[in-house]
Design a protein around this ligand. Structure first.
Ligand SMILES: Cc1ncc(COP(=O)(O)O)c(C=O)c1O
Length: 413
């Protein structure tokens, strides 16, 4: 039966390509992902992962909740639900957003999605015509690009520094585009503990971004899967909390604060936008899985989330520290990296002559893997960067992994 698991793509009597849509023909598997798949099964220390550590999953809490559900809420948990989501969960999220982030929920509607990944796809469906201008950070979240690509927008890349997206550069680009009669429709940002760069946009820049949104009439997608994972520094207001015009669609997820296996996220935004997103979701999956929604509702309502977040932080913080210390200790001169106050990733910038994509194979031979940065750029135009994850492997392996990586880099210099 194992033959069912991994299928080789062999030629046969059918001309497979001739059946695919034009859009499907444009979808390509990434070579790097294929290489990294091999790494997951070997002795290589993988700093390439993007997964939360299973040791942070609140298994005992979930066990208790499951018993409670089967006794008291089974009919709801096992039934189809509404497309917008299970109302008690939507209310509990609204309360969380209000209490914890100061997001005024009187003018906000909330729809539950199958992870925030689905929210990204629905946003593409609802807002993007081919050729529409979408601003993304450079680098940005790879799977957001994959989701949007299907709708064929044109990307405008705006670089990051330690204070997040360079809003001054965005402003300059907006001005030029306007002079050419062009309008940006949507700005996508991961403003807090960014994936892949780990940096956080300052409050000042968040305000400036909102001013520009108003002046140039675009909407902002604030994707915030890591916001709760802060290990140092001071909290920054959510862009949504500063949004007075309803221009911000706020994406949240249970993936990093409960468990990604539930596939539960949400979009909080202006009701007109949510209504259209709801219609778009209907044909995709009718509703997000009800069982998970009931679990998440009990998790929130029972006060478990609030108590569990500090435990996740306590688990990840020493790993972040270990990686920063190892980078300091081993990296040769000319290599730079970000110093994230939270999240899961550190971004490394190598001297320009090093190509991190071609170096990966050498690194794997030395027993360490990372994600080359190229794929995080909409135009794949930067080759000398990489993303390192510090949540998945233990501190001693982080130390050894960074040491091996530094040795690989030294040989390229
Ligand atoms: C920036 C960003 N957005 C969205 C997602 C998707 O998360 P979810 O598991 O909620 O679909 C991730 C997951 O890693 C992410 O890093």
């Amino acid at each position: 039966m194992e033959e069912i698991l991994e299928k080789k793509l062999e030629s046969g009597p059918l001309n497979f390509e001739s059946y695919f849509s034009e859009k499907a023909l444009k979808m390509k598997a990434s070579e790097v992902r294929e290489l990294l798949k091999l790494v997951e099964t070997s002795d290589v220390i993988s700093l390439a992962g993007g997964l939360p550590n299973p040791k942070t999953f609140p298994k005992d809490i979930i066990k208790g909740i499951l018993e409670e559900i089967m006794e008291e809420h089974a009919d709801k948990a096992l039934q189809y639900g509404t497309t917008k989501g299970f109302t008690p969960l939507r209310l509990a999220i609204a309360e969380w957003l209000r209490k914890r982030y100061n997001i005024p929920t009187s003018k906000v509607d909330i729809m539950i999605t199958s992870g925030s990944q689905q929210a990204l796809d629905l946003i593409g469906r609802v807002f993007l015509n081919p050729g529409d201008l979408v601003v993304v950070e450079a680098p940005t979240y790879l799977a957001a690009l994959q989701a949007f690509n299907f709708y064929e927008p044109q990307y405008i890349q705006v670089p990051l520094d330690d204070e997040g997206m360079r809003i001054d550069i965005l402003e300059e680009k907006l001005r030029k585009l306007k002079a050419e009669g062009k309008r940006v429709k949507l700005v996508y940002t991961v403003p807090t503990f960014q994936n892949p760069a780990g940096v956080t946009m300052t409050e000042e820049r968040r305000k400036h971004l909102l001013e520009l949104a108003s002046e140039y009439d675009f909407i902002i997608v604030e994707d915030d899967p890591y916001g709760e994972l802060r290990y140092s520094g001071k909290p920054v207001p959510k862009i949504k909390a500063l949004d007075t015009e309803g221009r911000v669609l706020y994406l949240g997820t249970f993936s990093k604060i409960l468990a990604p296996g539930f596939r539960l996220g949400w979009i909080a935004g202006e009701p007109h936008f949510i209504r259209k997103l709801e219609i778009a979701k209907q044909s995709v999956d009718l509703c997000t899985n009800s069982f998970g929604q009931v679990v998440a509702w009990r998790y929130l309502e029972g006060g478990h989330l609030e108590k569990h977040i500090p435990r996740i932080i306590e688990f990840y913080k020493p790993r972040r520290n270990a990686m920063l210390e190892a980078l300091e200790q081993y990296m040769p001169e000319g290599v730079k990296w970000t110093r994230p106050e939270g999240g899961m990733f550190i971004w490394v910038i190598l001297p320009e002559k090093i190509n991190a994509t071609t170096m990966l194979e050498k690194a794997v031979k030395k027993g360490v893997a990372y994600v080359p940065g190229e794929a995080f750029f909409a135009y794949r135009d930067v080759k000398n960067t990489m993303r390192l994850n510090f949540t998945y492997v233990d501190e001693d392996k982080i130390q050894e992994g960074v040491k091996r990586l530094a040795e690989t880099i030294k040989e390229e210099l």
